[in-house]
Design a protein. Structure first.
Length: 232
């Protein structure tokens, strides 16, 4: 009980430190035909900026978690881009592949927004500092690989960046290096009605695992499910 309170409390503090950026959708531009791919890890402050942009721009993405010592996707980034540095974005719609969070954020707002970067992501060192402050209150969570079985198919997570409960689930997915399709359903999302039609209610996190035909709400239950199903 105390552990859970600590968990949710510190995750909420991370949200507060970023001014709840990623709680709501902003101005949208064209929609990508094919899903973006993001190589990142949850504890990385630079990766957070990109995830926030995805929430604001109401974009879903294939997420390939790259925790430290992770055996799979870190290597893929090194092979593709030449460096193990995160975040790394792949946009199959334009053929662009890029490092550098600020470049990625600018690219995403230019490509899929109205061209101007949302204010909380446009403050230079202040943006970076507050993202570091968000990581500091969740030290090590979603940073390091723990041995896990590989799922045949990617999992699916309905989420938005500012939710403290979704963060706890993303950290677990990351630590176990489980790839997933991230469906962002922040406030104002065009995807919300389809989500509610699928899940029965507007509540996140919601995890779908096509490997076991499971679908569940409740962050604590999802974390336990992932542990029992995939951790070694
Ligand atoms: N200026 C880069 C900095 C990226 C960066 O330093 N990322 C760290 C993680 S926070 C990294 O990739 N470290 C190497 C590693 O984790 O192995 C950006 O904004 O994207």
């Amino acid at each position: 009980m105390l552990a859970r309170m600590f968990d949710v409390g510190t995750s909420l503090a991370a949200t507060v430190n970023r001014g709840a950026t990623g709680i709501a959708v902003g101005k949208l531009g064209r929609r990508p035909k094919r899903r973006l791919q993001l190589f990142e890890f949850e504890a990385c402050p630079y990766c957070r900026k990109v995830r926030e942009a995805l929430s604001i721009l109401d974009l879903s993405a294939e997420v390939y978690p790259c925790p430290k010592n992770g055996p799979r996707f870190r290597q893929e980034v090194e092979e593709r881009g030449g460096r193990a540095m995160f975040p790394y974005l792949v946009d199959p719609n334009t053929g662009r592949e890029m490092y550098e969070s600020s470049d990625i954020v600018r690219y995403l707002f230019a490509q899929y927004g109205d061209g101007s970067v949302a204010l909380p992501l446009a403050l230079g060192p202040l943006t970076d500092l507050s993202s570091f402050a968000a990581s500091v209150v969740r030290p090590g969570f979603g940073a390091f690989y723990r041995e896990a079985r590989r799922p045949e198919k990617p999992l699916e997570l309905y989420s938005f960046e500012a939710s403290p409960f979704c963060r706890i689930v993303r950290e677990q997915l990351c630590a176990l290096e489980l790839p997933y399709v991230l469906y962002n359903v922040a406030r104002g999302s065009r995807e919300r009605s389809a989500f509610v039609a699928r899940s029965g209610k507007m509540q996140v996190p919601y995890l779908v695992d096509p490997n076991t035909d499971s679908a569940l709400f409740e962050s604590a239950d999802i974390v336990d499910y992932l542990e029992a199903t995939y951790a070694v």
